[in-house]
Write a protein that binds this ligand. Sequence first.
Ligand SMILES: [Zn+2]
Length: 174
Amino acid sequence: MKSYSFCPICAERLDHALIDGRERMFCPSCRWVHYINPLPVAVAYTVNAKSELLVIRRAHEPAFNEWALPGGFLETGEEPHEGCLRELMEETSLEGKIERLIGVYHRDVELYGSLLVVAYKVIVADDAITINHELFDAGFYPRELIPEVRIPLHRQIIVDGEKTQNPAFQQAAS
Ligand SMILES: [Zn+2]
């Protein structure tokens, strides 16, 4: 992830200092501080009426061409579960219903830095898929026939999605 060298408010060269217990960039002129917070992402563990799991093959970075669960960045003003269903709809045209929260996770990704990932279990009644430009492929698979998902976090969400109880919190598994 790129960081600022100059103040986005007054264009002064940034300096660093220990602020609120962390090394941060700040502007010596207007005192702007570059706080870096995680970007929120919603992921949909989506099953159809036959309890088959939806996996998609990504047509964009990160994890280009990898099988994954659908999801994406939340928009400003959006409830996390709404963002989850919106992303599912955009990518696959599927209209989902939230069943439950699976978990909340943190991961560092080279392209975006720190991500806060909220994963929901989503049920779809009609499982006819139309993919958009973000995907190469998508389909519902019985658990034993799912194409290999190699993204560690998505593997974790699949494991947690199969549990009937929500884990109390997530250990850093990967
Ligand atoms: Zn400034």
